[in-house]
Design a protein around this ligand. Structure first.
Ligand code: PEP
Ligand code: MN
Length: 346
């Protein structure tokens, strides 16, 4: 039998050598002038990866044994979006609107900004009902490159001007990193569209600005993918994230997308972020807007997004699904009992 104390001495010697090696590694990593790779966690990730690359079963097993506690901890990581990380609801303040405070909020306006006159006509009717968040697309993510792509910066200027006239806040989509800078002074909430939910470079940039972000669920995104997309923004420092369920692709053709109503309580339970529902792009059907909005509010949504246009028949995008002004009035009176007294006209 081996002498116990000589084994212990040998282990201590190895540990001293390991310290020297770690020191050497630390200096080299520092020379790269980055914090990447410096932590014990990244050392662990790299070593397990190397062992796996060598396909040496004994080595893989040893790495896993040595780093067991750490790998368990890694699995238990609490995400910034999670209720474990933050128990209380996040409230995102936009002008005087406190989204996530328990009151329902309405985000309404045309699909796309087409002209000053068009936005003004809609905004006047919305403002009269107490709607404080004006939506409208200036950069439009269209399926076909031949369709109207939006007015760009001019559209943002129109939206911002009309919003100011009615004391409303601007919610609009930004499609790429290079549009952020010009949008910042004109926009109150930056929307990340469904097609861009996993545009990670955009999410990282938006994580570094001080503006609320309305993140729409991807066309085919799972809850997990949606939450992780929000994590990108949060992890870069921007805590003002609003989630938006806008329907997902399924085999069903009766509606434009399938409104995943259960996403609302799931996201409310598993995250502390406000959750709103876009009834226009999910159902794609005017006859379903009010029922879907009522369902969303009843199940706990913090707000509703819907599209309103003064002349939907001639709209440059989504002409079939936008409400005209009379339809908006009807929609509004149907959902009115679900809205809190203090804010909206009764
Ligand atoms: C929109 O809200 O203008 C839009 C294009 O929606 P989505 O990204 O959900 O398709
Ligand atoms: Mn639209």
């Amino acid at each position: 039998m081996k002498n116990l104390s000589s084994s212990k001495d040998a282990i201590t010697k190895i540990e001293e050598q390991l310290i020297q090696l770690l020191l050497k590694r630390h200096k080299l990593v520092q020379e790269l002038q980055t914090n990447d790779g410096i932590s014990f966690e990244s050392l662990f990730t790299r070593m397990v990866h190397l062992a796996k690359k060598k396909k040496d079963e004994q080595m893989i097993k040893a790495m896993e044994d040595i780093f067991k506690g750490l790998s368990d901890k890694k699995k238990e990581k609490t995400f910034l979006y999670s209720r474990e990380h933050q128990k209380e609801d996040t409230i995102v303040t936009v002008n005087h609107e406190r989204i996530g405070n328990g009151d329902p909020h309405l985000i309404m306006g045309p699909c796309a900004v087409e002209s000053y006159q068009q936005v003004r006509e809609v905004a006047a009717v919305l403002a009269q009902k107490g709607v404080k968040l004006l939506r409208g697309g200036a950069f439009k993510p269209r399926t076909s490159p031949y369709d109207f792509q939006g007015l760009g910066l001019e559209g943002l200027e129109i939206l911002s001007r009309v919003a100011r006239e009615h004391n409303m806040a601007v919610v609009t989509e930004i499609m790429s990193v290079d549009q952020i800078e010009e949008a910042i002074p004109l926009v109150d909430v930056i929307q990340v569209g469904s097609r861009n939910m996993q545009n990670f470079s955009l999410l990282k940039e938006l994580g570094q600005i001080d503006k609320p972000i309305l993140l729409k669920r991807g066309l085919s995104a799972t809850m997990e993918e949606f939450k992780l997309a929000a994590e990108y923004i949060l992890s870069y420092g921007n805590k003002k994230v609003i989630l938006c369920e806008r329907g997902i692709r399924t085999y069903e053709t009766a509606t434009r997308n399938t409104l995943d109503i259960s996403a609302v309580p799931i996201l409310k339970q598993e995250t502390h972020l406000p959750v709103i529902v876009d009834v226009t792009h999910s159902t794609g059907r005017k006859d379903l807007l009010a029922p879907a909005a009522k369902a969303a509010l009843a199940i706990g949504a913090d707000g509703i997004m819907a599209e309103v246009h003064p002349d939907p028949v001639n709209a440059l995008s989504d002409s079939k699904q936008q409400m005209n002004l009379d339809e908006f009035e009807e929609f509004y009176s149907e959902i009115q009992p679900f809205l809190k007294r203090n804010q909206y006209e009764q």
